[in-house]
Ligand binder design. Sequence first.
Ligand code: 13P
Length: 255
Amino acid sequence: MDKAKRKAIIAGNWKMNKTPKEATALLNEITPLVKDADCEVIACVPYVDLAAAIEATAGTNVKIGAENCHWAASGAFTGEISTGMLKEIGVEYVVLGHSERRQYFGETDETVNKRTKAALAAGLKPIVCVGELLWERECDITEEVIARQIKLDLWDVSEEELKNVVIAYEPVWAIGTGKTATADQAEEVCAFIRAQLAKLYNQDAADAVTIQYGGSMNDGNADELLSKTNVDGGLIGGASLVAEKFAAIVKAASK
Ligand code: 13P
């Protein structure tokens, strides 16, 4: 399958930024700028912004995602949010296993896997993040790290369910640092991810998965990164908070 047949997806990951009012204002700026996009456009926003974001994007081509979800349907999990809560208000996507959750909040491949399966069972589309630390790259174990994350995070996810999974390759050393992986580095690992998926499922299933790159992607480097065969989109942090920059990346993905 060639790249043109895969769905290009540009998703903003707002992280812990913007109040509900600010979210509405930013989305009101973004939606007219991306209305002709020839790719899927998503804004993943903090939980308290979700309702405002869904309202602000109603009737537009911008979809809304959450930044995490819990695996249990309900119960004694103070501070957590269930997939059912997200679905009921109209959330479509959910970022899972982001390196900031792994680094600062003890997220493990086991919990990423539980969340991924719960999201899929609820009809949410998970954006599963994988990526190596700088230290791991320097020790030349990037492929081992990625292979392990892909295998564990997608454990027990069926081929049918895989159709609703997006993978984001986010080298941890490139996040928020201004250090982007070169387009060749991004392509190398995204191609490796696809090869792992082909091993775990089959080539057709692997060829259909959208694999994003994330890590200091911006309006200046998006063109080159997105021109690569296995880079099907971007998961954007900082630049997704500036309407013109985010729109420029969407434009690059629409070519
Ligand atoms: P930056 O684009 O700010 O580097 O963040 C990338 C990221 O973590 C997206 O999930």
